[in-house]
Design a protein around this ligand. Structure first.
Ligand code: IFM
Length: 443
């Protein structure tokens, strides 16, 4: 990718999330979160593993930031562990936990990088799950206290804030499909979770604006924008239905469109909305984050309650079974340009899961990942040419990590983590991205 195809101020970053990389799960006052608990359920995690050690970034953040600097990254997106800074979901801040994030930001700043912090990337304190988690409105109210504390403590440290990462996964995977913590399969609970995660975002926004803080703040979605498998009207409708259920149910309220009619009228879903909620959720944000990995073709399906079934696709699949479809990103960005009314957009995650092998020379030759990233960067450049206000790209992930229900069986990093020694090995894709950022990545 020739950097000249992208705007001069285009931001290049790399991303991770607390539970996936930090480790130090019960050190310095951090208490349990729902992934510590979910990992104990037999069969919940492919390799029965948990995030107790992960990539051990809690102890190795200096080494990691130094490597990011060597690779030329301009920003690091990480997330904050709620139960590290407010143990037991209580009201007494944990100084050591807060200190960790201050040190991380200081380190990034010392190396000339921006700190991009996500408040919630799925590691809910266990105590809040005990009262129903996101199905209980109280959890969204507790988010006020947590977010207000972070804004106050990390003001001047964090350069870019993200309230929630992928509400889709929190509500649908956690409460309807059940493959993520807390592992519930209950429609009513999941509808409550949808509304409360949306509300938590709005509540954090309210606190942020009240505090008069200056760093830009937004939210990250993983918009699902499937394509119709055929030209049939019903397949075209199916693609829109799926987009409504998987995407607009979260983005709609944030952008002031409310819950999609397909959900409220056709499916008859009831969300536990109280007076004033929709105003709280729809306050203006400064930017939106997009996590994009794939696009699927869909058919209309009479039997499915949501009327959609996934059609076979033709593209190469990555090691997690996802089709590689950079044109899907281009199409999605053009749709988002109008839907978000032109606000700044960032790709806050994009990357590829590959069957990485560490060779005897300490290298990982992950050519497929390079091709994947390169294609998606071209899609970004093409979208920018069409007027999409895309401001940056964060690769997922900086380092191999705990891939949720897949445990450590799937690798997304541009840096290889040897889970035995915790030694880091930059993969070829890390050097490819270094060259792109420096302006020499054309191939
Ligand atoms: O690892 C996850 C991340 O936590 C959220 N977005 C998708 C990634 C790959 O599955």
């Amino acid at each position: 990718m020739d950097r000249a195809n992208l705007p001069e101020d285009f931001l290049f970053g790399c991303a991770t999330a607390s539970y996936q990389v930090e480790g130090a799960a019960f050190e310095d006052g951090r208490t349990r979160c729902i992934w510590d608990d979910f990992a104990l359920i037999p069969g919940a995690i492919k390799d029965s593993n948990d995030g107790r050690v992960a990539a051990d970034q809690y102890h190795r953040y200096k080494e990691d930031v130094a490597l990011m600097e060597e690779l030329g990254f301009q920003s690091y997106r990480f997330s904050i562990s709620w139960s590290r800074v407010l143990p037991n979901a209580g009201s007494t801040p944990n100084k050591k936990g807060i200190e960790y994030y201050k040190n991380l930001c200081n380190e990034l700043h010392a190396k000339g990088m921006k700190a991009c912090a996500t408040l919630y990337h799925w590691d809910l304190p266990s105590e809040l799950q005990a009262i129903g988690g996101w199905a209980n409105r109280e959890t969204a109210l507790k988010f006020r206290e947590y977010s207000a504390l972070m804004f106050k403590e990390l003001d001047g440290y964090v350069d870019m804030w993200i309230t929630i990462n992928e509400p889709f996964c929190v509500a649908w995977l956690g409460y309807k499909i059940g493959c993520h913590a807390p592992g519930h399969k209950n429609l009513e609970e999941s509808l409550a979770a949808v509304h409360h995660i949306n509300l938590a975002h709005g509540i954090a926004m309210e606190e942020y604006r009240k505090g008069g803080y200056k760093a830009p703040i937004g939210i990250t979605f993983n918009p699902q924008t499937p394509r119709p498998a055929t030209r049939k009207e019903m397949d075209k409708k199916a693609a829109l239905y799926k987009r409504a259920v998987d995407t607009e149910v979260f983005m709609g309220p944030v952008f002031g469109y409310g819950y999609p009619e397909f959900c409220t009228e056709t499916l008859g879903w009831k969300f536990p909305i109280e007076d004033g909620d929709m105003e709280i959720i729809s306050q203006p944000i400064d930017f939106m984050g997009i996590n994009y990995y794939n696009e699927y073709p869909v058919y209309y399906n009479e039997k499915d309650p949501e009327l959609v079934s996934t059609a076979p696709h033709w593209e190469r699949t990555t090691n997690i079974g996802w089709p590689v479809d950079e044109k899907g990103l281009y199409r999605q960005l053009l749709w988002l340009k109008d839907y978000t009314r032109g606000i700044p957009l960032y790709i806050t995650e994009n990357g590829s899961c590959e069957d990485d092998q560490l060779t005897n020379d300490g290298r990982v030759h992950d050519r497929e990942r390079i091709v994947y990233i390169d294609k998606h960067l071209h899609a970004c450049a093409d979208a920018i040419k069409e007027g999409v206000n895309l401001k940056g790209y964060f690769v997922w992930s900086f380092i191999d990590n705990y891939e949720w229900a897949e445990g450590y069986t799937k690798r997304f990093g541009i840096v290889y983590c040897d889970y035995g020694t915790l030694k880091r090995y930059p993969k070829d894709s890390a050097y490819y991205l270094r060259d792109v950022i420096a302006g020499y990545g054309d191939f």
